[in-house]
Design a protein around this ligand. Structure first.
Ligand code: SF4
Length: 323
């Protein structure tokens, strides 16, 4: 028996941030020895909401691949590739769209929330979770590492697999979820860290940029002067200490007793983040100077992904009596 298959992916937003690093990348790195990993840069997904913003798509893909590799993903262990380069994703998406009732897609929570928030009403946007299901099923993935917010999408994937297997015979395993440890990393304004909120600290930021951003972070609004007793449990600076500072209990004590002021607390945090990220940033600089090496990694990943995707599509076409 080979290793269990894991599929995961991210939209090509460009340079990744601490939320991506702690919410996904570190988890992927920890899985790569025990699973056969397919890590997809899902550029078609990005078009479902960002269809008019393609001019720098290639650069965003490159920067994301650089962050993947700098964070410790080993291309010998994981197939890192671009979704649109493996056309079988589109074929499976199309075939699955024939058997999936529209209400299944309309009831996915992110569709309801985002279609109003972003004013999106395209056919592609409605089909986003089905494209995601096709991405997963194409590799017959056993596991998908996700945060809690993605659980309904994986449930939909399982339902689609069941429906296909019921109609055409057993082709797809139902994937299980591998819940990630740090699903939500706060940004500098206290909301979930996200490029679209412009509240992120990027892996690629310099130590100086990192410190500047950390110094701007919001804190407990009741702690104004150093001697004030603070509430670390509501402070995003403390949340990041919990991730980057092994002595975070000292921060808790200092904050709640009033012995520690927010300025010093933030300076300490910036220094912890910077020392933690130093090796990743050094590797990232090297990779940026070798675009051919990064391109080669993506091409090799694409070949491995395509081989598996083609085998699945043969099973699918056979089951559907298309060949
Ligand atoms: S001392 Fe630190 S943890 Fe406490 S409120 Fe200020 S920044 Fe937040």
């Amino acid at each position: 028996m080979g290793k269990p298959i894991v599929l995961s992916g991210m939209q090509p937003t460009g340079k990744l941030h601490l939320g991506n690093l702690e919410g996904a990348l570190r988890n992927w790195v920890s899985l790569q020895d025990n699973y056969e990993m397919y890590l997809c840069i899902v550029d078609w997904h990005s078009l479902t909401s960002d269809f008019d913003h393609t001019q720098d798509l290639k650069e965003r893909i490159f920067q994301m691949a650089v962050d993947y590799l700098a964070s410790g993903l080993d291309p010998d262990k994981c197939a890192v590739f671009v979704q649109s380069h493996v056309k079988e994703h589109a074929e499976l998406f199309l075939l699955l769209s024939m058997i999936v009732p529209i209400p299944w897609l309309e009831r996915v929570p992110s569709y309801k929330e985002k279609s109003v928030e972003l004013n999106l009403d395209s056919y592609g946007f409605l089909g986003y979770p089905l494209l995601q299901a096709a991405d997963i099923l194409l590799y017959k993935a056993n596991y998908v590492p996700v945060g809690k917010d993605q659980l309904p999408h994986i449930e939909l994937t399982r339902e689609v697999a069941r429906r296909f297997n019921h109609i055409y015979g057993n082709v797809f395993p139902e994937p299980d979820v591998l819940l990630t440890k740090f699903a939500v990393v706060p940004g500098i304004d206290g909301r979930k860290m996200s490029k679209s909120y412009n509240n992120d600290i990027a892996i690629a930021d310099s130590p100086e940029e990192t410190e500047k951003k950390v110094m701007k972070m919001i804190t407990d609004p009741q702690k104004i002067y150093k001697g004030d007793k603070g509430r670390p449990e509501i402070c995003p600076v403390y949340s990041l200490h919990q991730i980057y500072n092994s002595n975070y209990q000292e921060i808790y004590k200092g904050c709640t007793s009033g012995e520690l002021g927010c300025v010093d607390c933030k300076k300490m945090l910036a220094s912890h983040i910077n020392s933690n990220l130093a090796p990743i940033r050094a590797k990232r600089k090297e990779l940026e100077k070798s675009p051919d090496k990064v391109k080669q990694v993506l091409e090799n990943g694409e070949k491995r992904a395509r081989a598996r995707a083609q085998a699945t599509m043969q099973d699918v076409r056979k089951a559907m009596k298309l060949e």
